[in-house]
Design a protein around this ligand. Structure first.
Ligand code: SF4
Length: 224
């Protein structure tokens, strides 16, 4: 279990988690008005593929690959029309290319057989696609305007803990804690705000608390 900044927030008299979420969202939305998904895509299918490719690599790396990839593969059938090795070569730079190529082809097969070639919206349908775990499904559903959960990546995990919004380590339990206190209308933008704040200010090794708009309501702030 992570160090309890939940208890520290109580000790510092910062208010209950639910009460602090509103100001956190408001201030971060002001600070990072450009916070949005960094993956490039122009269709539901491209969003799904880009999100699958983003496992274990950076969004910048994925965007480098998907430009030419999406010009070559436009429909689910296109991913199945080439040998797996050819697709592996086309996504090589994103790492874990064998598993990813296999998962993408498996997903395309299920899309064609069960969903008429369309990307489903519901979380329980998305997680039935090969290689699509809960985090990927949450990203896709949220970007398609149907957020049914809260994306928890490494930044969301770290910041939620530091802000005393959870004392869990496991992403599924963190998501459960966040879903209880973040208003449903903010489920889509909340992770983007934490991710951008994590990249720009609250870095893993050296958080810049002195420049942080949350310093007065953050239980792990290093500002006296
Ligand atoms: S005050 Fe420091 S630890 Fe808290 S969110 Fe800001 S940068 Fe991170």
């Amino acid at each position: 279990m992570a160090r309890s900044y939940v208890a520290e927030a109580r000790r510092r008299g910062l208010g209950r988690r639910r009460e602090r979420v509103g100001p956190i969202v408001e201030r971060l939305a002001d600070e990072h008005s450009d916070a949005r998904i960094a993956l490039r895509f122009r269709s539901d299918l491209e969003l799904l593929v880009a999100t699958m490719l983003s496992a274990q690599t950076t969004d910048v790396n994925v965007n480098r690959v998907t430009g030419p990839l999406f010009r070559k593969y436009r429909r689910p059938q296109d991913y199945l029309a080439v040998p797996q090795e050819e697709l592996e070569g086309d996504i090589f730079q994103t790492g874990f290319f064998r598993q990813k190529a296999k998962a993408i082809r498996g997903t395309m097969r299920v899309l064609l057989e069960e969903f008429g070639g369309e990307v489903p919206r519901r979380l329980e349908e998305l997680v039935r696609l090969p290689g699509v775990a809960r985090k990927t499904a949450n990203v896709v559903a949220a970007e398609l305007g149907h957020a049914q959960g809260i994306v928890v990546d490494t930044h969301v995990r770290r910041l939620s803990q530091r802000l005393g919004l959870t004392q869990e380590d496991d992403p599924v339990k963190i998501e459960r804690d966040l879903a209880r206190i973040v208003p449903r209308a903010d489920w889509h933008r909340f992770p983007h705000l934490l991710i951008w704040h994590g990249r720009r200010v609250c870095a893993a090794r050296a958080p810049r608390c002195e420049d942080c708009v949350l310093a007065d309501i953050c239980p792990s702030s290093r500002v006296p």
